[in-house]
Design a protein around this ligand. Structure first.
Ligand code: ADP
Length: 488
């Protein structure tokens, strides 16, 4: 009889379920559904919370069918972070569409938060006041949706991140809880006390009663009906933290970098470390009675630059072609690209900066431009690595990569060269889903951290060039290009 777990990845653009064979330590089946995003006003991003639930249930059933030769022993969940769902605890009906992390509707409010308040928020939550996080989104619904206020008066309103909403639905209203990694992205959660913070709750006007219980990532959250039986829901983590765990970055020293639309780098630290360079402090995971913190840096645009070359510039047939074109020239011929399509994130935090292509000569060819776009992704990671080096208190030894653009060998080699450390690409690049499967296995006692560390397999390790002078020089030129794009 085979032993399976299901890892549910409720992402921003899709909901996917992965059937994990505990003995083979591998995914043996996967199912996915696209999630629709709507943009009712410029800068606003919403999703239908019911759709998230129905599609999650659908992909779970698909995996269950594929597990007919064995038993499903548990379900782990990883999810898009910060996105909030407010719903009626009697009917389960959402009172408003899910407000997605990318939604900027509260940016004016967040920009108006005085510096002294921002510092207090930062010290407690590890986050910078920004529309990205959940607190101001919940506040917005409470202020703008009369039905939400009415339900709140009646004690029926609940507000949670996607994990909490799904757990509530799956347990048929028996459990309303979240894990510390998700809670740490709300801007209402005290990183050290590991609890909702009264002062912040009052600041954002969010009553504690409407929020889920926050528990460790390895808590058994409840039981759900799956087919004819019932299985535990255990192992809950925000997507970036799950990827960190899925890459077996268990302690300080190794970072993971996810090269998708944007670039997300996370680095486990010994205790919460507060960055001086614009990185965020977050809960990396909480299991076995301990909490591992992490520093996180995000660059908003990475693979999206490649999409832009394909869709808007017409320079590429597909993203993969960028590799061949970039490798066909020895360098960019002095061209640099700054991918500030919607401003610059860490470490610059300049929302008004815009993209820049510079160093163009009469001899510049499309291959040079494509290469400059790929190189800019690697320079973005170097920016983050420099911050980690300054703030992280541990030397970065290696970067474990995943995400769509990590398939690009040219980019990964250039990344190793620019960082001066190895870049390690795993066999299983679905690190997020793998992290939730690992956490589920850990929660239910089927594995331990030592086994997780052993089970990660490298597909390819890109070793850095010895020519540090060349790559440091290129990076310095990139920084000069960034300084021309900055508005302050
Ligand atoms: P997300 O999860 O953010 O949607 P994915 O991890 O699916 O992103 O990666 C998709 C992104 O990676 C796209 O922006 C695409 O342009 C880029 N990408 C995919 N394959 C390659 C490649 N071979 N070379 C460079 N970029 C790529």
């Amino acid at each position: 009889m085979k032993r399976y777990l299901i890892s549910l990845d409720a992402g921003t653009t899709s909901i996917r379920a992965f059937l994990y064979d505990l003995d083979a330590q591998a995914f043996v089946h996967r199912a996915g559904q696209e999630v629709e995003n709507s943009y009712p006003h410029p800068g606003w991003v919403e999703q239908d919370a019911d759709e998230i639930y129905y599609k999650a249930a659908y992909v779970l059933s698909d995996c269950l069918r594929a597990a007919a030769d064995g038993t499903v022993l548990g379900v782990g969940i990883t999810n898009q972070r910060e996105t909030v769902v407010l719903f009626d605890s009697e009917t389960g009906d959402p009172v408003y569409p899910a407000i997605v992390w990318q939604c900027r509707r509260t940016s004016a409010f967040c920009a108006s938060i005085p510096k002294t308040d921002a510092q207090r928020i930062r010290r407690k939550t590890g986050l910078l006041p920004d529309a990205y996080f959940s607190a101001s989104k919940i506040k917005w619904v409470l202020e703008n949706v009369p039905a939400a206020r009415e339900l709140m008066k009646q004690g029926r309103l609940r507000a949670g991140t996607v994990d909490a909403y799904l757990i509530w639905k799956f347990t048929e209203g028996k459990t309303f809880c979240t894990d510390y990694t998700n809670a740490s992205r709300t801007m209402l959660f005290d990183l050290r006390a590991l609890d909702w913070d009264e002062e912040l709750l009052a600041y954002f006007g969010v009553p504690r009663e409407i929020l889920p219980d926050a528990r460790p990532s390895d808590a058994v959250m409840g039981e759900m009906k799956l087919g004819k039986g019932r299985v535990p829901i255990a192992g809950i983590m925000g997507d970036q933290q799950a990827a960190l765990f899925g890459q077996a970055c268990l302690g300080a020293g190794d970072a993971k970098a996810t090269y998708g639309t944007g670039l997300f780098m996370l680095f486990p630290t010994n205790g919460p470390v507060f960055s001086e360079s614009g990185l965020l402090t977050t809960v990396g995971r909480a299991d076995g009675g301990k909490v591992v913190y992490a520093l996180e840096g995000s660059v908003f645009h990475a693979g999206s630059g490649v999409q832009w070359l394909r869709d808007e510039m017409g320079l590429l047939e597909n993203a993969a072609e960028s590799e061949r074109l970039a490798a066909s020239v020895a360098d960019t011929g002095g061209v640099f690209f700054v991918p500030a399509f919607t401003g610059l994130g860490a470490p610059y935090w300049d929302p008004d900066a815009r993209g820049l292509l510079c160093g163009i000569t009469r001899g510049t060819r499309k291959e040079h431009v494509v290469r400059a776009v790929l190189e800019s992704i690697a320079y973005g990671a170097r920016d983050l690595a420099e911050c980690l080096g300054r703030d992280g208190g541990a030397l970065l030894r290696c970067v474990k990569c995943d995400g769509g653009a990590s398939a690009n060998d040219f980019l990964m080699q250039f990344q190793a060269d620019v960082l001066g450390i190895p870049v390690d690409r795993p066999v299983e690049r679905e690190s997020t889903a793998l992290g939730a499967a690992y956490m589920c296995a850990l929660a239910l006692g089927y594995t331990d951290e030592r086994e997780i560390a052993r089970s990660r397999r490298s597909e390819k390790i890109f070793t850095p060039s010895l020519n540090r002078t060349r790559y440091d020089g290129l990076y310095a030129e990139y920084r000069a290009a960034v300084s021309r794009a900055l508005t302050r």
